[in-house]
Design a protein around this ligand. Structure first.
Ligand code: IPD
Ligand code: CA
Ligand code: CA
Length: 265
C-alpha cells in the first residue's frame, strides 16, 4: 500500500470538508444536542459523509471509525479515524478554533495524520517516519525546558464529574506555576499547537479516539512525547492524554500526580 497515496487522499478529503465547514460557518446553524453542552450540527454530518465517500471510493476495504456514524469494517488493518468537525461548540458560536481531523492507523499504529485548522487554513500533516508539516513547511516542538516559562493548553469534556473537577484543580495549579494555560476547545488543534511549538504542553481527560488519532502522529513526528496522565503508554482508546515538547514532560507529570492519585482513591 502506497502511504503517500493514502496521505494525499486524506489531505484531499480534509480540504473538501474544510471548504464545506467554512462555507457553512456564515449560515444559520441547525444544532442538535447529544448532551446538554455536547452539540452536533448538520455540518458535522455532511462533513463526515463527504470524507467517508472519498475514502470508500479510494479504499473500499479500509475501516472507518468516525464520530457521527457506526464503525465500518472494524477489523480491517487500515482504519481511518475521523473527527469531521472538531470544536463544534466553537463553530456554532463562530469562535475561530475548529478543525477537521483525519488519522489513518495501520494495525493500530498511526501512519498518516491531517488536521486542518479552519480559521487560519493551517494544514497540519504527517506521515510516519517522514516528519510533520504545516502548509508543507517542516514543524518541530518548542525547546522550552522550564515549566515556569511554558505556555500550556487544556480542554474540558462534556461530562461534569470527578475528572472535570480534577481538571479545574489542574488548570488552577498549572496557571500558578507556568506563563499561562489556554483553553481553546478543539483537541486536534491543541495537539498541533504543541507540534508547531506555539504551546509547550497539552493535557485533557475524557477524549475520544477521533479527537487525537491525527494529532498524535503530527506531534510525535514533530519531536513531541505523548503518555497518559500517569505516565503510562498512550493509545487513542485511552481517554486521557498528556502531550508535550518532551522537555517539560517530567515536570508536568510530577505536578499532575497528586491530582491523578486523588482521583484513584
Ligand atoms: C471536543 C473538542 C474539545 C474537547 C472535547 C471534545 P467536538 O470535540 O475537541 O476541545 O475538550 O472533549 O469532545 O465534540 O467538538 O468534536
Ligand atoms: Ca472532537
Ligand atoms: Ca466532532
Amino acid at each position: 500500500m502506497d502511504i503517500h497515496h493514502i496521505h494525499d487522499v486524506a489531505v484531499q478529503a480534509a480540504k473538501n470538508a474544510a471548504e464545506l465547514i467554512l462555507s457553512d460557518s456564515d449560515k444559520q446553524k441547525s444544532v442538535n444536542y447529544k448532551g446538554r453542552t455536547d452539540l452536533v450540527t448538520h455540518t458535522d454530518k455532511k462533513s463526515e459523509q463527504m470524507i467517508c465517500t472519498v475514502i470508500n471510493e479510494s479504499f473500499p476495504d479500509h475501516g472507518i471509525l468516525a464520530e457521527e456514524s457506526v464503525p465500518h469494517l472494524p477489523n480491517a488493518n487500515y482504519q481511518w479515524i475521523i473527527d469531521p468537525l472538531d470544536g463544534t461548540t466553537n463553530f456554532v458560536h463562530n469562535y475561530p478554533s475548529f478543525a477537521v481531523s483525519i488519522g489513518v492507523h495501520y494495525k493500530k499504529s498511526p501512519v498518516v495524520g491531517c488536521v486542518i485548522e479552519i480559521s487560519s487554513n493551517n494544514i497540519f500533516t504527517a506521515i510516519k517516519k517522514e516528519g510533520a508539516f504545516c502548509n508543507n513547511n517542516p514543524i518541530t516542538v518548542s525547546s522550552e525546558k522550564d515549566l515556569q516559562k511554558s505556555l500550556l493548553v487544556t480542554g474540558f469534556g462534556y461530562k461534569h464529574g470527578d475528572k472535570w473537577k480534577a481538571n479545574m484543580n489542574l488548570f488552577k495549579s498549572f496557571t500558578d506555576i507556568t506563563q499561562g494555560v489556554r483553553r481553546l476547545g478543539a483537541a486536534s488543534v491543541d495537539l498541533c499547537h504543541v507540534a508547531c511549538g506555539i504551546v509547550d504542553g497539552f493535557w485533557e481527560f475524557d477524549l475520544h479516539p477521533w479527537d487525537t488519532a491525527a494529532g498524535i502522529l503530527i506531534l510525535l513526528e514533530a519531536g513531541g512525547i505523548i503518555t497518559q496522565m500517569d505516565g503510562k503508554g498512550y493509545d487513542i482508546f485511552q481517554n486521557q492524554i498528556l502531550a508535550s515538547n518532551g522537555q517539560i514532560h517530567g515536570a508536568m507529570l510530577k505536578n499532575i500526580k497528586p491530582i491523578i492519585d486523588s482521583l484513584n482513591h
